[in-house]
Design a binder for this molecule. Structure first.
Ligand SMILES: [Zn+2]
Ligand SMILES: [Zn+2]
Length: 115
């Protein structure tokens, strides 16, 4: 029979629906990053993120779940991918560049301007 493929994807869908339902019952409908609140009408924009990125790790107490809006969820995953991609290659120059955009004297100047 060739029902295996259909069967397993249906199984996956069912599993996904069940942990999503459970997570939505456990947690308030708020994005864990941007604190955006959700209601029934836009609830499909609220997603269940797996903290350890393992979709098969679904403890009943919700300890591996986090509710994130689709934007923050995207961001969370792109961050993870970047980390994966560059994780083995140390790029100190990139870090220096990032640090350079943060100006520690900006606050100092504010303080001096105050008087
Ligand atoms: Zn968000
Ligand atoms: Zn996720």
């Amino acid at each position: 029979m060739s029902t295996d493929k259909y069967g397993s994807s249906a199984q996956y869908k069912k599993q996904e629906a069940s942990y999503r339902d459970q997570a939505l019952k456990l947690f308030p409908w708020i994005c864990g990053r941007c604190i955006r609140e959700f209601v029934y009408s836009n609830l499909r924009e609220l997603t269940v993120h797996h903290i350890d990125h393992d979709h098969n790790n679904n403890p009943k107490d919700g300890s591996n779940w986090e509710l994130l809006c689709i934007y923050c969820h995207d961001h969370e995953h792109s961050k993870y991918l970047e980390h994966d991609r560059y994780g083995s290659e140390v790029k100190p120059q990139d870090d220096q560049h990032k640090n350079a955009t943060f100006n520690p004297f900006a606050d100092l100047k504010k303080l001096l301007d105050k008087d």
